[in-house]
Design a protein around this ligand. Structure first.
Ligand code: YH5
Length: 283
């Protein structure tokens, strides 16, 4: 029920909030507001104060249609910020990356967790995480960010996402990453239609691998916008909160969000309703 993240501990008895910090110029969801170093630093401090348990720093946009950035560009965006945050804040930091060289540098700079939308499928990633000895979020994605929303298709989305995640867990264990360091995530919006996302949210429990914390990211995503009649990202807060509460009631341990304070408050209520602690950890 506790994750060791470097010298820090993330308590997962209660559902926790992972605050999103995008150091990208083109973020769909926050308009690139935190590309500036000092703005990013201020945002991280605010998120800690608002009750985030971990901050997820990303230097590459993985939104639908986004182009890849070079490893050097990604390193320049995330490494100095992680170094500074390690000295300035008390909560752990995760790095949102798929590149082994960025994983290495981020962990050397103080990151305690890797959040990988490719679930360690890029060459060298599996071995790198095994060597680094950090925790890792394994996320499902169908296709590639550039084209994943062009007609995603499943015969049975819950079964297929579940199979993919179990297979990635097996690969990790075979590579020497202990189960205690693994978290799984269905990857809402990553090669999924609105219907696929709804079915996954409804059936989240079926994805749960015993003992592995479930991470979900629904914050400001297109599916929320669609359900609200096509509102832009800055009008999706209340819808995102509703989705986060459903996810926690259905067993999620960590909610990745741009809106830390309202999500922390909503999850306190949801956690109190969800008797007996986290579903994943019950016998
Ligand atoms: C996730 O679900 N998502 S980046 C488009 C939006 C709004 C938000 C159209 N990284 C996840 O947040 N990592 C991202 O509006 C993630 N789980 C994990 N583990 C996409 C994103 C977003 C995209």
């Amino acid at each position: 029920m506790q994750l060791k993240l470097g010298k820090q501990i993330l308590d997962l008895v209660q559902p926790q909030v992972m605050g999103v910090l995008n150091r990208t110029p083109d973020s769909f969801s926050d308009g690139g507001a935190f590309m500036d170093f000092d703005a990013a630093l201020r945002r991280a401090r605010d998120m800690e104060r608002e009750g985030a348990a971990i901050i997820d720093i990303g230097g590459e946009s993985t939104r639908p249609g986004a182009e890849a950035v070079s490893a050097q560009e990604e390193l320049d965006r995330v490494v100095p910020l992680i170094e500074r945050l390690r000295r300035e804040i008390d909560i752990p930091v995760s790095v949102d990356t798929s590149k082994p060289e960025v994983m290495r540098a981020a962990v050397a700079a103080g990151a305690g967790m890797i959040n990988d939308v490719y679930a360690l499928r890029q060459p060298g990633a599996l071995e790198t995480v095994a060597e680094l000895g950090v925790s890792v979020v394994l996320m499902h994605m169908q296709g590639e960010p550039r084209s994943m929303q062009n007609n995603p298709h499943y015969r049975n989305v819950v079964a297929e996402v579940g199979q993919f995640l179990s297979e990635r867990v097996r690969h990790c264990e075979a590579a020497g990453i202990p189960r205690e360091r693994l978290l799984i995530d269905p990857g809402f919006g990553f090669g999924k239609t609105l219907e696929h996302n709804l079915e996954l949210l409804r059936s989240l429990r079926e994805l749960a691998d015993p003992g592995l914390p479930l991470v979900v990211g629904l914050s400001r995503k297109s599916s929320i916008g669609k359900l609200l009649g096509g509102v832009p990202a800055d009008g999706r807060l209340y819808g995102s909160i509703a989705a986060a509460v459903v996810a926690v009631i259905n067993g999620a341990s960590i909610v990745r969000t741009h809106d830390v304070k309202p999500t922390v408050e909503a999850l306190k209520v949801a956690a109190a309703v969800r008797a007996g602690g986290c579903y994943n950890f019950r016998a």
